[in-house]
Structures are given as structure tokens and as C-alpha cells.
Design a binder for this molecule. Sequence first.
Ligand SMILES: N=CN[C@@H](CCC(=O)O)C(=O)O
Ligand SMILES: [Zn+2]
Length: 404
Amino acid sequence: MTATAVVGIGELVTCDGEADGAHPGGPGLGLRTDAALVVEDGRVAWIGDSADVPDADHRIDLEGRAVLPGFVDSHSHLVFDGDRAAEFAARMTGERYDGGGIGVSVGATRAASEHRLRELVGRRVAEMRAQGTTTVEIKGGYGLTVDDEARSLRIAGEFTPETTFLGAHVVPPEARGDRAAYVELVTGPMLEACAPHARWADVFCEPNSPHAFTEDESRAVLTASRAAGLELRVHGNQLGPGPGVRLAVELGAASVDHCTFLDEADVSALVDAADTTIATLLPGVEFSTRSPYPDARGLLDAGVSVALATDCNPGTCYSSSMPFVIALAVREMGMTPGEAVWAATRGSAKALRRDDVGRVTVGGPADLTVLEAPSHLHLAYRAGVPIARALVTRSGGWVDSPRP
Ligand SMILES: N=CN[C@@H](CCC(=O)O)C(=O)O
Ligand SMILES: [Zn+2]
């Protein structure tokens, strides 16, 4: 067994401390200054003051830098080919997003070779890790045939155990004449082919898009997926008010993502379900679609469990950066820097029903992010500056990344 002492940590954020308001009614940021930890075979073996650190085989002196739990990005769509930058540019001059561009990515993804898709996903995952993300969820959803969805999930599974079946992303162009037949395909042969490669099932439940799925269609996909052994997550209330949040809570989904347009009943459903269903906010989407931001402040004050993720995808947010998301959460959604860090680590881990990642704890994996800065406040303060990187990672099959 090899032990590495990491000393000189100016600020250690464990997200495993006494309640301090970083999360409604839950553990707090657990801040320690002048801290050290010992890592043995990829796990945290000791946490304490730098002055008390035990002997170890190796020693890394971080010279006052801050250390956080590795970011947990619980919502991404990394398996795609094609470019939709022109769609983004059109939105910046007033075009509305309605999900129609997903068909463009579907065409390019179907046409790509397996080798190329694997390379694209690998590059995107590396980009995430270089910005401090150590756990990632990856959805399919740009294949939309039995074979193309199974292929996407097989590739995603090479990078993470958190893979999500999203055959119900949109109704593909060739199926538009018969939506019911497409839902039957998704709940039948496509689910059967994909379930062995997925932990989760998701659906784009959105009555405000002609391309996405109604409440009844979404319920059919989610209940069939649950019966096939998958756990549930939902894209809900992204483009306008709708049934997504209530459906997610009714079915005990782990997370309902976007939550941009909520009414009082949605918020109270999320408060009641705070231990089960996390509201995952994706402010990079509002940035990239020029939409109003979700009311994170109101949700936290009401007692909703909130997570943050990138939603990295070619349409609504082609950013893989959790630090960018944290900066938006602080600047645009009224979250404190501490709340935003908690939501991007422990909160996002909860959205994946993971208790091992998203916190720094003795016995847990040494999935750590180190900042080129003395405190977590700098993530929002130095927006756009690449100060975060993964230090040591083990979860999801990722390997060690070098010390800074
Ligand atoms: N809304 C559904 N899916 C993605 C967008 C996908 C796309 O436009 O390519 C999202 O989470 O925003
Ligand atoms: Zn999404």
C-alpha cells in the first residue's frame, strides 16, 4: 500500500461538515484551513491539520491552494457528432430554442463511425477532467434507433458507470407521422437493447416543444424503463410550465433537470420530495439560449434539494465547465459561492444517488479538485480563468491526473 500526504492545503472544502446553510437542513461545506490529507491506494485515509500529518511514502505540498471534492457533473450529452454553432449564433440574435436542432445532431451521430464517436466522447471527458470534474453522467439520445442508441450507451459506458438511456429525447424525423409507434419502439425493442448498458432512463418531457414528449408519453417511457430495472431522471419545465416536475416526483425520479419554469405546486412537490428528487439546475443552458434563469434562491429558501450540472450538449450548452456553471449560479441565480460548490459536488452526487463521491471523507475515494487559488470563492470571482483541475481521481474508471 502506497501512502501520499497532501499538505499545505490553504482551504479544504469537504462538503461533509456541520450544517452551515450550504444545503437546506443538511451537511455543510466543512471548511478547514491549513489542512492536510493522506491518500492510500486512491482512498482518503486521514484528514487533519497540516502540522499533524503522519509519515507517508510521498508528499505533495500544495502551498496554500484550495482543495475541493471533485466536481460531479450529473447531466451531460457527450455522445454526438456534428456542429450547431450557427444555431447558437442565431439564438444570440433572437431565434428561440424549441428542440428542433436535435434532429441535426441525430443525423450527424448516426453517420459517424464508432471509432470517431469514441474519440469525441474521450476528448470531451478529458476536457471535463481538466476543469476539475471527476464523476460524470452521460446520456444517449442522438441515435434514436435501436442500434444507434445501444451503440451510444456502449461507448458512454467505457467512460462512466452513470449512463442514461434517452431514446425519448425527441421523436426523430422519420417517425413524426406516428408518435405512438415511436413510443412503442422506445418502450419495447430499444429499451431492451439499451437497458444492459444503462443505469438510468431519462425523457424530454416538454409540452412546449413539438419535438419532445407529452406527460402521457413520458409516463409510459419512464414506467417501462423502471420495470426494466433502470432508475429515473427527467428533463422537465425547461421551455415553459409543464408536468415534468410533478411526474418526476410522482415516479420517485432521482432528479428533475432544468426546473426553469416552476409554479407554486411544483416547488411544494419538490420540497416534499427533497430526500428523493433533486432539482438539478443547468444555468449554462439559460446562458446559451438567452432564457431567464431558474429561481435557485427561491428553491433553496423553500427547502428544495438543488444540484448544479453543465448539460454539456451541442444544442443548448456546449460547455463542459463546472466552474463556469458555479460562476453563473452565483452571478445570475443568487446562490452563495458555498451553496454553488455544494450543489456542484455533494448535491450533484445526490442527484446520482451516490454517497461516495461529491465529498471528502475518510474511507471515500480521493476524487479531488485543486484550485490555483486560496479558496472556493475564487471559482466565481475568477470566472473564465482555468483555476480548477482534478488532482487524483478514481471514480468512474478514470485514472490519476498529475499533480499541478
Ligand atoms: N432538452 C433536451 N435536451 C438537451 C438539448 C439537446 C440539444 O438541443 O441538442 C437539453 O438538456 O437542453
Ligand atoms: Zn439535457
